[in-house]
Write a new protein. Structure first.
Length: 277
């Protein structure tokens, strides 16, 4: 099983590999810079080479880059759209430099422009990207709130279908649960993946953000919990870790550091839940 964590690149991106190994993971996710600002990844050549070499040496991967939180592909505002496209272009270029196959992005919010216009804005923004060979942009499922899009699987399916890019999807389990997809029982997980297959196609699912939720299903509240200890719970997590549609896909954790437990505990917990399924 491929499971790992979202690791810090403090001190250099190559350090993320060492942190992943310390946590017991064998794949993972990074930000190339602070996600709260517009910033060039600016990764030095020697640091990029060290990241590639360490990942290959220790068989850590696939990695995924998570885009900036400021990116809003659905926006009707020209200046924000331009910044978002520019930021995404820098991320896919960084991914190529690091030999990272995926860049993950949220669709964003239409901010009053309407759902359909927001989705069309996202499609056209993604179509502006010059995505290097070997890199795929993943559209992530969202918890939904306000005018954010991506909480309905149909949104993801529309963008994947209408874009001229070869896009794929990242499913965040806590987000889907918050959006109203009940993943707390094996039956609920099966129903959710049947709908995902209908709206998106499970063949377009490339990565899973494996997170439990501190809030109930359908609340649109995005706050992650330790695996098996939130409202999704052990039964849902066991099915998510053993569902045939997810066989062979990588799982990355964005679980909290609290109660004396961090990523290492959750990586081990994922293995235990998988074995108990």
């Amino acid at each position: 099983m491929r499971v790992g964590a979202h690791e810090s690149i403090a001190g250099g991106v190559a350090n993320a590999v060492d942190r992943q190994l310390d946590d017991g993971g064998n794949c993972g996710q990074i930000f190339t810079h602070s996600p709260q600002v517009w910033q060039d990844p600016n990764i030095a050549d020697d640091d990029a080479a060290a990241f590639r070499d360490r990942s290959a040496e220790h068989d850590v991967g696939p990695w995924v880059i998570h885009s900036s939180y400021l990116v809003n592909l659905c926006t009707p505002k020209d200046d924000l759209r331009e910044k978002s496209v520019d930021s995404m272009q820098r991320e896919v270029d960084a991914a190529a430099t690091l030999d990272i196959p995926y860049v993950n992005v949220h669709l964003g919010a239409h901010t009053g422009a309407g759902e359909q216009r927001g989705l069309d804005n996202a499609v056209s923004a993604l179509d502006e990207l010059d995505i290097p060979d070997g890199v795929t942009v993943l559209v992530e499922s969202d918890a939904g709130s306000g005018t954010k899009l991506g909480d309905d699987f149909a949104h993801l399916g529309y963008v994947v279908e209408e874009s001229t890019q070869d896009l794929e999807v990242c499913l965040d389990t806590a987000h889907a649960f918050a959006a109203g997809y009940d993943l707390s029982t094996p039956a609920g997980v099966d129903e959710t993946f049947a709908e995902l297959d209908s709206e998106v196609g499970v063949g377009n699912l490339a990565y899973v953000h494996l997170n439990d939720s501190k809030h109930a299903c359908g609340t649109n509240k995005d706050e992650h919990a330790h695996l098996g200890e939130g409202h999704i719970g052990e039964a849902g997590m066991r099915r998510l870790l053993s569902h045939p549609d997810l066989r062979g896909l990588p799982y990355v954790l964005e679980t909290p550091t609290e109660d004396g437990r961090s990523y290492a505990w959750n990586v081990e917990r994922a293995t235990e839940l998988r074995e108990a399924a």
